[in-house]
Design a protein around this ligand. Structure first.
Ligand code: NAP
Length: 430
């Protein structure tokens, strides 16, 4: 029997398990710190993007296979160490994602009201770590830093009316706070221009169909239309959306302004954020941004930096600090230790990008471990956890938690997610 442990039950973890599970004589344990599975699908993908979240049904199929087991509410690092896992399993695969924000390294970034997207997204998605965030929504201005899809998610969620959350699984605390929000002017700040955005067309297009908000682009920021011809088709479509936003009058109560060629250089405020100072930029031949010395201020009571994520390092595991991911040779970190998904590649690509990644790392592991080295595997982990009085949450337990969440759903929404570990465990009588 071959024993594989996957740390992290998000898309990368379950796509890897899907490949491994098809092999003979294998037992796969998918370990997660939370009592609930699916990682970013549950706590990262926007609550109004239910069609993307539906992929969890595919992971459920993998989780229910005889040779796959969910080991929830077990924290690698405190309940069991990586070294112990490597001792117990033929292969340990880190599928821990990139849950930490890249730091916004400018003066004033530590003022109250400056929040990273991991925290803000975790808050509206009910991640237990961020349920108490209570972001300040009492001022009309919000600055959203970054020109990626996370910035779009954040701006859209801030702009939506309560009715526009129908059918979503946004948690009640976020829906209630957003319903009484004073936010009226959202600025999406990009240090480069419309041809350098990391946004995808579908997500940009959505901004054009919001009930009470208009996206606006200054036509002076757009390059001549003929230049769009050299863009790849997806990017061209995105830029076409941006061009359509130049025509928007201020007809709706909420504005979403794209501030292009604007590099945040300082955040100011008396005891909390009140404004962000940006410097106008130009691009060099390599399309890198440089400040021009000209600055302006944007009033904001909340600043959300959406500038990418990092994988938290683990002591003893090689790490690339510059790129915020584990150091690996195409996925092999050390003998018996692998990385997959964002923990391997860094935070790029969509959920689907993890499918070929998981398949490749799964095949690599199968090739490397051969028939297995007779390690203790699953029973060994169970004995170790029992000796520490750690009682894992099983997949069957998770389904009871999920049933309770579905039963608690409000206003026709698909579920009301529990936002604390205590509430999740209470649903299974613990
Ligand atoms: P991202 O796509 O890497 O975008 C990060 C943005 O932050 C870039 O515009 C970058 O600008 C900017 N940035 C970085 N450092 C900065 C700084 N110091 N000051 C100002 N701006 C800075 O990251 P993301 O939006 O977090 O998304 C992560 C991944 O998840 C992406 O692959 C994304 O497509 C995916 N995602 C997909 C969806 C979806 O499909 N619906 C939703 C959410 C996320 P430069 O280009 O100038 O560096």
């Amino acid at each position: 029997m071959r024993h594989v442990a996957i740390v992290g039950s998000g898309p990368a973890g379950y796509y890897t398990a899907e490949t491994l599970q098809k092999a003979e004589d294998i037992a796969v344990d998918v370990i997660d710190r939370l009592p609930v599975p699916y990682g970013l699908i549950r706590t990262g993908v926007a609550p109004d993007h239910q069609s993307i979240k539906a992929v969890s049904r595919r992971y459920e199929g993998v989780a229910l296979a005889d040779n796959v087991r969910f080991v929830g509410h077990v924290s690698v690092g405190s309940d069991v160490t990586i070294d112990e896992l490597v001792e117990l399993y033929d292969a340990v695969i880190l599928a821990t994602g990139a849950p930490n924000d890249r730091p916004l390294d400018i003066p004033g970034a530590d003022l109250p009201g400056v929040i990273g997207s991991a925290a803000f997204v975790g808050w509206y998605n009910g991640h237990p770590d961020f349920a108490d965030l209570d972001p300040p929504l009492d001022a009309p201005g919000v600055a959203v830093i970054g020109n990626g899809n996370v910035a779009l998610d954040v701006a859209r969620i801030l702009a939506k009316t309560p009715a526009e959350f129908a059918g979503s699984d946004i948690v009640t605390h976020a829906r209630a706070a957003l319903a009484t929000s004073a936010v009226r002017h959202i600025h999406i700040i990009g240090r480069r221009g419309p041809h350098q955005i990391a946004m995808t067309p579908k997500e940009l297009g959505e901004l054009g169909h919001l009930e009470r908000a208009s996206p606006r682009v200054d036509p002076a920021d757009l390059p001549p239309e003929g230049d769009d011809a050299m863009l790849e088709p997806g990017m061209r479509k995105s830029v076409t959306h941006l061009r359509s936003f130049t025509a928007n009058p201020v007809a709706k109560p909420v504005t979403i302004d794209f501030d292009f060629f604007a590099m945040p250089i300082a955040i100011e405020g008396d005891g909390r954020v009140q404004r962000i100072i940006v410097e106008r930029t130009t691009l060099d031949a390599d399309l890198r941004s440089h400040g021009t010395g000209e600055t302006y201020a944007i009033d904001a009571g909340l600043v959300i930096s959406c500038i990418g994520y990092q994988t938290p390092p683990i002591p003893g595991v090689p790490y690339e600090h510059g790129r915020g991911r584990f150091a690996s040779d195409e996925g092999r970190i050390l003998p018996g230790l692998y990385a997959v998904g964002w923990a391997r590649r860094g935070p790029s690509g969509t959920i689907g990008t993890n499918k070929p990644d998981g398949a490749r790392i799964g095949e690599m592991v199968l090739e490397d471990i051969g028939r297995g080295a007779g390690k203790a595997g699953r029973p060994g982990l169970d004995a170790l956890l029992a000796s520490r009085s750690v009682v894992p949450v099983t997949f069957r337990d998770w389904r009871r938690i999920e049933e309770a969440e579905i039963a608690a759903a409000l206003d026709g929404n698909p579920r009301e997610k529990f936002t604390s570990i205590e509430a999740m465990l209470a649903a299974i009588g613990r």
